[in-house]
Design a protein around this ligand. Structure first.
Ligand code: DQA
Length: 142
């Protein structure tokens, strides 16, 4: 089973960026733990600050991977192009947000990508990524 974690803009700064909102752990550190937790899964990780690079990655893996866990960062709230890319691929996508976007500024309450995703996990910290992977595993075994 092959799952891609795709992180969007500014998420390369996890651990340093607004630790009160996003925590003090880097994603690389958390990803190493995920790999140990799911040794049977072919887990891949890609991060970009560029909208087009995220779209290219969705096109590249979106017809072959079993699942994509996507934190599109601020592009969540702005990008019709990312929503279209998710709609164009066959691999199911789960949207994850570390913070509870609904408790934050109004502009974070709307997600262009949510209607194209299988579901969304919001506000559960980094554990949202693990829960999304567990959902893909459950779904595969039903
Ligand atoms: C985020 C929430 C977005 O509103 C924000 O722009 C981010 C991170 C989250 O994981 O909580 O960059 O996606």
């Amino acid at each position: 089973m092959r799952i891609l974690i795709l992180n969007g803009p500014n998420l390369n700064l996890l651990g340093k960026r607004e630790p009160d909102v996003y925590g003090s752990r880097s994603f690389e550190d958390y990803f190493a733990e995920l790999k140990l937790l799911f040794p049977e899964i072919q887990l891949e990780y890609f991060q970009s600050n560029h909208e087009g690079a995220l779209i290219d990655k969705l096109h590249e893996v979106g017809f072959s991977a079993d699942g994509i866990v996507l934190n599109a960062g601020a592009y969540t709230h702005t990008s019709v192009a990312l929503a279209d890319a998710i709609g164009a691929i066959t691999t199911p996508v789960v949207e994850v947000h570390i913070s509870n976007v609904h408790k934050r500024e109004a502009f974070r309450h709307h997600s262009y990508i949510a209607p194209k995703c299988a579901g969304s996990i919001v506000g559960l910290g980094l554990e949202g990524y693990r829960l999304a992977i567990e959902w893909f595993i459950l779904k595969k075994n039903v």
